[in-house]
Design a binder for this molecule. Structure first.
Ligand code: FE2
Length: 399
């Protein structure tokens, strides 16, 4: 019996469902100094810095840098004048993610649908265009300071062209950047945004779960199990929302009472008690090669006690065997040397590792993840992670 034939309903969905997400168009950060932040992400994470919109290209309000790697696009944006509203956010939250933008067929229709679903407008549709094509963006407010922009593109600005190095929008110009050649020769192997986690206030998780259901028409990710994270050691509650086609998963955390201050509460306290993006998980096909290269470049990863590896192989390989899967195929000693975390479930296993905060405030961090069948988020590592995180919080005087 064949299940491989193309389903006509897929095309119909694309054409008729305004909230059908085609891809993550980009992730936009607000930073205090985009020129320097671009250098940091290029040097430590191997991003190419390929396009710019700044004074030299006629952008007088903000400077924006486009960073690319695989199918990941970051925009780093910094305000150029003292009265620009981004300044206020930088004061309150420091550097961090403002916007997770989705590519759709028609940004205006997606926006109208989200607003009619009860979403609050962040900004109305605006189109920039020139003889080569156009880019339309419109945004809705998500939790706290976070926004989801809908992006639709025509002509030379269509996403497949942007992926091949074409111009991001009429406002962006190509730029030379000293590290691009080096980064092409020494790849970090990051492919796309696997998931994007938000922290919200205590008691607000279910509110935002419903928001993703109602406004963006997401659904609860089927692999999530509520009971799993509610161990006595855990200090967070989390639910995972996914877009209809599972293109993007958006786990939502809220602080939970624990013996010590939760990492979610620490984030909120250093983020003006305002919800926001806690981490972006960047997907690689080769966890060991990626982490080795990132470590070589100086990425600061969370380190776990050696005792983690005394228990992990038994836990993971027993789970895999119970569900008829092969054991973890990567070299176990190298995984330990690189400090990588492993978790397994009924579908397979995953390898993951978390950076320390990417700025001075203990807020945003990255996760480097690869999946061998498992579609979950590493819940088996939570206890070990909390212990490691508490050690870090203690060092920051935040426990
Ligand atoms: Fe994650």
């Amino acid at each position: 019996m064949s299940t491989a034939s193309p389903s006509p309903s897929t095309d119909r969905t694309l054409e008729t469902d305004p909230l059908h997400l085609v891809d993550v168009d980009h992730v936009r950060f607000y930073v205090g100094n985009a020129k320097q932040a671009a250098f940091f992400y290029a040097h430590t994470f191997g991003f190419e810095v390929t396009q710019i919109a700044d004074l030299t290209s006629g952008s007088r309000d903000t400077a924006r840098y486009l960073l690319t790697q695989g199918n990941i696009r970051f925009i780093l944006e910094t305000p150029l004048s003292p009265d620009h509203p981004i300044n206020d956010e930088l004061t309150k939250y420091g550097d961090g993610v403002k916007d997770v933008a989705f590519n759709v067929m028609d940004a205006e229709k997606a926006y109208e649908r989200a607003v009619s679903n009860g979403g609050e407008s962040a900004y109305e549709p605006r189109t920039t265009s020139d003889g080569s094509g156009s880019v339309t963006m419109a945004g809705v407010k998500a939790y706290g300071r976070a926004v989801h922009t809908f992006v639709s593109r025509t002509g030379d600005y269509a996403l497949p062209d942007v992926k091949k190095g074409g111009r991001f929008s009429p406002e962006f110009h190509p730029m030379d950047f000293a590290l691009n050649d080096y980064n092409r020769q020494n790849p970090c192997g990051l492919k796309y945004v696997d998931h994007c986690v938000g922290n919200v206030e205590e008691g607000k998780m279910n509110h935002w779960v419903e928001w993703y259901e109602n406004v963006l028409e997401f659904s609860m990710f089927k692999h999530f199990d509520d009971a799993d994270i509610s161990t006595e050691h855990s200090a967070l509650m989390s639910k995972v929302m996914a877009s209809g086609n599972h293109l993007i998963k958006m786990p939502i955390n809220e602080p939970a009472d624990g013996l010590k201050k939760s990492q979610i509460l620490e984030y909120l306290e250093w983020h003006s008690m305002t919800p926001g993006i806690q981490h972006l998980a960047l997907r690689t096909d080769d966890e060991l090669a990626s982490v080795a290269e990132l470590r070589r470049r100086g990425v600061d990863f969370l380190s776990l006690p050696d005792t983690y590896y005394e228990a992990v192989w038994d836990r993971v390989n027993t789970t895999l065997k119970a569900h008829g899967h092969e054991p973890v195929r990567e070299d176990h000693e190298r995984i330990k040397d690189l400090g990588i975390l492993v978790d397994a479930d009924d579908e397979g296993y995953l390898l993951q590792l978390f950076t320390k905060p990417l700025q001075d405030r203990p807020t945003l961090f990255f996760e480097i993840i690869s999946r061998r069948g498992s579609q979950s988020f590493g819940k088996g590592n939570f206890k070990a992670l909390f212990e490691a995180l508490e050690l870090e919080q203690e060092r920051r005087g935040n426990l």
